[in-house]
Design a protein around this ligand. Structure first.
Ligand SMILES: Cc1cc2nc3c(=O)[nH]c(=O)nc-3n(C[C@H](O)[C@H](O)[C@H](O)COP(=O)(O)OP(=O)(O)OC[C@H]3O[C@@H](n4cnc5c(N)ncnc54)[C@H](O)[C@@H]3O)c2cc1C
Length: 523
C-alpha cells in the first residue's frame, strides 16, 4: 500500500532544530521572558480580578495606567523593527511574552496583543512605514502618553469569511473604500474590534470594489480622530474583559493615498501573512491561560493546609500530570509554528542584505527626499513584493500558516480543558481560588473564537498540511516584474531585480552619505 502522507524532512518536523542553527537567541528570549514575568507579577496579577469586575459592570471602563506601565517596559514597541526604534521582536518573542502575561491576566495582556495586531500590517509595509505612525508610537511610548493601535477586519455579516481569501470571494461585505482625489473615502461598520474604542490608529481592511472583495481588499491606516469615524458601541464580554471590543462606524472617512498600507488590492494575502504571524502569539495566550490555571491549583494544593491531603490521591496526581502534559504540548506547538515562520518561511526577507542595509540608514536621512519619496512609491511597494517572492514561496507561507493555525486551535482547546479540569479539582473548597479559575475559564473561551475560529484554523491545517495546497498568501507580482518566461526577474538573487536594484542603488547613496558600507556594516 502506498502512503499518502507527504514525506517530511527532519527540519520540517522539528523547525526549532533549524532555528537554533539559524540564530534563535535563547538568552535573549530568557531576558524578554523574565522582563514580562516581573511586569505581570507587579501589574497584572494583583489587578486582574478587580479589572474583570469593573469592566463586567461597565465595558467602556479602561485602565490607561496599565498601558503606561507596559509602555515603560517597551510592551508597545517590541514588534517594531530596531531601525525604526523598536525592539525588533518577531513572532517567537511575541509568543514568549504573551504566555507570561496571560498566565497572570489574559484580558490585560490582550490590550498589548491587539495593539501588536494593529501594528503588524505596517510591518509588512516595510521601511516606508518606519518613519510615520511607527515612530509616532515610539515617541508616545516614551512621552508617558502612549498611543494604542487596533486591527479591524471583521464585519457584522462576515467574520470567518474575511479570514480566508477563498471565502472572501463569496463574503457578504458591506464596507467600501471609494476612490476620491488624493485618497479614499471609507464607509461601513467593523465589529468586535479589540482596542477599537481606545486606539488612536486603526489598520483596517476594506474592498475598493465591494463586488470583488477578494481582488480589491486593501489595508488602510485610519486616524481615530478623523471626521466620520465613531465608536458605535462597546460589547459586554464574557472573558478577557480588560480589553474592550468595539463596533466601529465609518461614515465617508477620508484616508490619503500615503496611508494605504502596501498596494491597493493586496489586502487578502497580506491578511494571511498577518494571521500566520499572529496565531503563534494567540496560541501562546491560550497556553498562558492554561498554565495560569495549573500553577494556581498546584500552588493551592501544595500550600493550603486543607487541600494538602488531596495531593496524596492518585486521581489528583493524574489530573495534574494531564494538565502539565497538555500545556507542554501546546507550548511546543506554538514554538514550532513561530520558529518555522521567523526562521524559515519569512526568515529570508528579514535577513536580506537590502533590508539590513536600509536599517543602517539613519532615520534623519531616510526621512529626506529622494529616499522618502522613493520609499512611498509604487515601485518601492513592488520591490517589497518582489523581495517576498524571491525569498519565500506560497508553499512555505501556506505551510507556516497551517502550523500557526494548528497551534492556535489546539492551544484554545487546551486552555478550555485545563481551566475546566482545574475548576473541577477545586470544586467548592476555596472561593477566592475559584473566582480566579472561573475568570480564566471565561478568558479561555475567546481563544477558540478570535483570530479565526478553531474550525477555520483546522481547515487551514487540512489545506496546508494534509492536502499540501497553497493558499494565496503572497501578494501577486505585477506584470512588469515578470520576465518573458513568466519568471521573476530576480532568479533567486533579489539584487538582480531592477526594482530592487533601484532600491539598493538608493541605499548605496544613502549609505555612502552615512559612512556605512553596502553590506549593512559600518565602514
Ligand atoms: C471578543 C472578540 C474580540 C475580537 N477581536 C477582533 C479584532 O480585534 N479584530 C477583528 O477584525 N476581529 C476580531 N474579532 C472577530 C473574530 O475574529 C470573529 O468573531 C471570528 O472570526 C468569527 O467570526 P463570526 O463571529 O462572524 O462567526 P461566523 O463566521 O458567523 O461563524 C459562526 C460559526 O460557524 C463556523 N463557520 C463559519 N464559516 C465556516 C466554514 N466555511 N467552514 C466551517 N465552519 C464555519 C465558525 O467556525 C463558527 O463556529 C473578535 C471577536 C471577539 C468575540
Amino acid at each position: 500500500m502506498t502512503s499518502i502522507t507527504p514525506r517530511r524532512s527532519i527540519s520540517e518536523q522539528f523547525p526549532r532544530v533549524v532555528a537554533n542553527g539559524g540564530g534563535l537567541d535563547v538568552r535573549e528570549l530568557e531576558r524578554l521572558r523574565s522582563g514580562a514575568r516581573s511586569f505581570a507579577e507587579e501589574h497584572l496579577r494583583p489587578r486582574a480580578l478587580e479589572i474583570d469586575r469593573r469592566t463586567g459592570e461597565d465595558p467602556s471602563w479602561f485602565d490607561w495606567d496599565l498601558v503606561r506601565a507596559g509602555a515603560e517596559r517597551g510592551m508597545l514597541s517590541f514588534l517594531i523593527p530596531k531601525p525604526a526604534g523598536g525592539g525588533g521582536g518577531l513572532s517567537t518573542q511575541a509568543a514568549v511574552v504573551m504566555e507570561e502575561l496571560c498566565a497572570a491576566c489574559p484580558g490585560i495582556a490582550l490590550i498589548f496583543g491587539a495593539h501588536a495586531l494593529g501594528v503588524s500590517p505596517l510591518l509588512l509595509g516595510g521601511p516606508s512605514q518606519w518613519d510615520g505612525v511607527l515612530s509616532e508610537l515610539i515617541a508616545s511610548q516614551s512621552s508617558g502618553e502612549p498611543l494604542l493601535m487596533a486591527c479591524a477586519i471583521t464585519e457584522p455579516e462576515a467574520g470567518t469569511d474575511v479570514e480566508d481569501p477563498d471565502l472572501l470571494r463569496r463574503a457578504r461585505i458591506t464596507s467600501h473604500a471609494r476612490r476620491v482625489p488624493g485618497g479614499f473615502r471609507l464607509s461601513g461598520t467593523k465589529r468586535f474590534i479589540s482596542n477599537g474604542s481606545v486606539a488612536r490608529w486603526i489598520t483596517i481592511l476594506m474592498p475598493t470594489d465591494p463586488r470583488r472583495p477578494a481582488q480589491t481588499w486593501t489595508c488602510f491606516l485610519v486616524d481615530a480622530a478623523s471626521e466620520g469615524f465613531s465608536v458605535a458601541r462597546v460589547e459586554h464580554k464574557m472573558g478577557q474583559r480588560a480589553c474592550p471590543a468595539a463596533e466601529l462606524s465609518f461614515d465617508e472617512v477620508f484616508v490619503p493615498d500615503e496611508r494605504v498600507v502596501g498596494r491597493e488590492g493586496d489586502g487578502a494575502p497580506e491578511t494571511m501573512i498577518v494571521l500566520a504571524c499572529s496565531r503563534p502569539p494567540v496560541a501562546a495566550i491560550a497556553t498562558g491561560i492554561a498554565r495560569g490555571a495549573y500553577e494556581r491549583v498546584l500552588g493551592w494544593l501544595q500550600e493550603d493546609r486543607a487541600a494538602r491531603g488531596l495531593l496524596e490521591r492518585q486521581h489528583v496526581q493524574l489530573a495534574l500530570a494531564g494538565m502539565e502534559e497538555e500545556i507542554h504540548l501546546a507550548r511546543q506547538l506554538y514554538m514550532d509554528a513561530a520558529t518555522e515562520l521567523d526562521h524559515r518561511a519569512l526568515g529570508g526577507v528579514m535577513s536580506h542584505p537590502s533590508v539590513r542595509a536600509l536599517g543602517h540608514v539613519p532615520a534623519s536621512l531616510r526621512r529626506r527626499s529622494p529616499i522618502r519619496g522613493w520609499l512611498h512609491s509604487e515601485r518601492a511597494h513592488d520591490a517589497t513584493v518582489a523581495l517576498l517572492h524571491a525569498t519565500t514561496s506560497e508553499r512555505a507561507v501556506t505551510r507556516s500558516l497551517a502550523l500557526s493555525s494548528m497551534a492556535k486551535a489546539r492551544g484554545g482547546d487546551v486552555a478550555m480543558r485545563v481551566t475546566g479540569a482545574a475548576l473541577e479539582l477545586v470544586g467548592l473548597r476555596s472561593a477566592p481560588l475559584r473566582a480566579e479559575l472561573e475568570k480564566l475559564w471565561r478568558d479561555a473561551k475567546l481563544c477558540q473564537i478570535y483570530e479565526g475560529t478553531n474550525q477555520l484554523n483546522r481547515l487551514e491545517v487540512y489545506r496546508g498540511l494534509c492536502h499540501s495546497e497553497t493558499i494565496n498568501c503572497l501578494p501577486p507580482l505585477r506584470r512588469a516584474q515578470l520576465d518573458k518566461d513568466g519568471g521573476v526577474h530576480t532568479n533567486g538573487d533579489v539584487r538582480a531585480n531592477p526594482d530592487v536594484r533601484a532600491h539598493l542603488d538608493l541605499d548605496e547613496d544613502a549609505l555612502a552619505h552615512a559612512g556605512v558600507n553596502g553590506e549593512g556594516g559600518r565602514s
